[in-house]
Ligand binder design. Structure first.
Ligand code: DU
Ligand code: SF4
Length: 226
């Protein structure tokens, strides 16, 4: 599927006034001292990885000083350190770290996207912002859907967004809607009648990894199910 046109379009979206203001403020006057000598991306973040991937990872939204700085999903922050290390252990990532868009990292068999493409204040998009960004996820899923075998969703916001998107696209979603939890699993029937395994994981944010709510072993175990 040709995801490059979608990626190009999403990166110039300005549909959410509050998020446009925030992503640009962080990128100009709000830069972290440790990154003060770097340009910040400050725009919506495209999906990243293998365009033919049978496995999709769906997070939440770019981090203000992570992907909003580097321009690549989960790149340049602690969440990404966790995620890419795990993807490397599982053989999906060519290297264990993801520090900058030009670091040579390649993903094989996996692609990463998010239901909200701009960094939100406090990592909390509003209901309206989630709805405004939903068509980008729909398009992403439409293009990758026929070849999809599984989707790893990090956190409940991504889970609900994915379930709703699948419904809108007319994919087969169990009723009642499957509920999020770490290790939750639900079968979804994709556009070609392909069964897509939806797998939930606690998000790789520091809130979960620092406190031990999400351990490396727990993350490896859900990735092994993809
Ligand atoms: O130009 P390209 O080789 O199609 O790569 C575009 C983009 O996607 C680049 O950042 C590498 C990444 N990518 C990947 O991670 N894994 C693939 O199998 C193909 C592309
Ligand atoms: Fe556009 Fe999504 Fe960013 Fe809103 S969050 S401005 S819809 S890319």
């Amino acid at each position: 599927p040709d995801l490059s046109a979608l990626d190009a379009r999403v990166t110039v979206c300005r549909a959410c006034p509050r998020l446009v203001g925030w992503r640009e403020e962080v990128a100009t006057t709000g830069r972290r001292t440790s990154f003060a000598d770097q340009p910040y991306w400050g725009r919506p973040v495209a999906s990243f990885g293998d365009p033919e991937a049978p496995v999709l990872v769906i997070g939440l939204a770019p981090a203000a000083h992570g992907a909003n700085r580097t321009g690549r999903m989960f790149t340049g922050d602690r969440s990404g350190d966790w995620l890419y290390a795990a993807l490397h252990r599982a053989g999906y990532a060519s290297q264990p770290s993801s520090v900058a868009a030009g670091d040579g990292l390649r993903l094989n068999g996996i692609r990463i996207t998010a239901p909200v493409r701009c960094a939100p204040p406090d990592n909390k998009p509003t209901t309206e912002e989630k709805a405004t960004c939903a068509p980008w996820l729909d398009r992403d899923l439409t293009l990758s859907g026929p070849g999809l075998r599984s989707i790893l969703v990090l956190g409940s916001i991504g889970w609900d967004a994915t379930v709703r998107a699948a419904r809108r696209l007319g994919w087969g979603v169990p009723v009642p809607a499957p509920r999020f939890g770490h290790g939750a699993e639900a079968p979804i029937i994709g556009p070609d009648g392909n069964e897509i395994r939806l797998v939930g994981s606690y998000h790789v944010s520091q809130q979960n990894t620092f406190t031990g709510k999400l351990t490396e072993a727990m993350l490896d175990a859900v990735i092994a199910r993809l």
